[in-house]
Design a binder for this molecule. Structure first.
Ligand SMILES: [Zn+2]
Length: 308
């Protein structure tokens, strides 16, 4: 068995859903006999229509084996192999089954082993795509899922549709001394984060970085560097993390953000230590997010530069 675990750049780590222990075993998606053999002993993530997963009394992922659910995978999605063990996901609505608890993806990200929360994120993203692929986008015909859940095949015009991922950039913008953070209307009070936005058709990632930062804050990016990515299945985004150097322009907001400003090292240092119930000062993104990893990366870089 190949070890498919990624070696992340040491400079960016710690966020949720980044575990690649699951070998997606693409070839097995076409091998119905092999999937049938793997099914009885497989781990199966059971998902409710709202995207929560079946959990045990303690709130951990419920250990459900294929054999307990039926004689074969049926409409289950094959997620991959972890060692010799197959992992599938299935919708609760097709099963006569109950569970002590249900856990949503954000809670799982904070409490489950990373391999399990990453598999849950993958399953959730597939569920979301499948639930929105009931009919063919070309002719309106009925869809039949093939390749263990990965191809939505139109029974009328024979078009194949594939799972969709929405790329977005997320950027730690610095003017060399300070970090640019903003807050969206509707966020929890005092919460600030790095700048993010979706990639548009016909755009390179670097162009998206420059455009989004300027649109949201009027700060001009001079250069940027890719640092790492996080699948963010709320519902189907892929967050592409960048560090950017920018002019020290005064931020101006107009639209998506209600406020944006530059933060110095001391303010970020204090915010890193702060808990949600502290009375004042800004709050940073939760540790499950790549947003927080980008802030931590900037902070560590500034500390290292100061010590040099
Ligand atoms: Zn069609």
């Amino acid at each position: 068995m190949t070890d498919t675990r990624l070696k992340f750049p040491a400079e960016l780590s710690g966020f949720a859903f980044g575990d690649a222990r699951l070998d997606r075993s693409d070839a097995l998606r076409d091998d119905a006999d092999a999937l049938l053999r793997l099914w009885p002993h497989a781990r199966v993530i059971v998902l409710e229509a709202d995207g929560s997963a079946f959990a045990d009394e303690a709130g951990g992922l419920l250990v459900t084996r294929g054999a307990a659910l039926g004689n074969g995978p049926g409409t289950a999605v094959f997620l991959g192999l972890q060692g010799e063990e197959a992992w599938f996901s299935v919708d609760a609505e097709v099963l006569p089954l109950a569970a002590p608890r249900r856990v949503d993806l954000r809670s799982a990200a904070a409490t489950w082993p990373v391999a399990e929360s990453s598999a849950f994120a993958f399953a959730r993203a597939m569920q979301h795509w499948r639930s929105r692929s009931r009919y063919c986008g070309i002719c309106g015909g009925t869809i039949e899922f093939r390749r263990a859940g990965y191809v939505a095949h139109c029974t009328q015009c024979a078009s194949d549709h594939y799972p969709r991922v929405d790329p977005a950039v997320i950027v730690a913008v610095s003017d060399g001394q300070r970090l640019l953070l903003g807050r969206q209307t509707g966020w929890p009070a005092r919460r600030y984060s790095v700048i993010a936005g979706f990639v548009e058709p016909g755009e390179s990632l670097e162009q998206t970085v420059v455009r989004e930062v300027f649109e949201e804050t009027r700060v001009r990016v001079r250069s940027c560097r890719y640092l790492g990515a996080q699948p963010w299945p709320f519902p189907g985004a892929l967050m592409l993390g960048f560090a950017a150097d920018a002019e020290p322009d005064p931020p101006q907001v107009d639209g998506e953000l209600e406020e944006a400003r530059w933060f110095g090292l001391e303010e970020i240092a204090a915010a890193r230590q702060r808990k949600g119930n502290d009375e004042d000062g800004i709050l940073l993104s939760p540790r499950i997010s790549i947003a927080r990893s980008l802030i931590e990366h900037w902070y560590a870089g500034m500390i290292a530069a100061g010590d040099a």
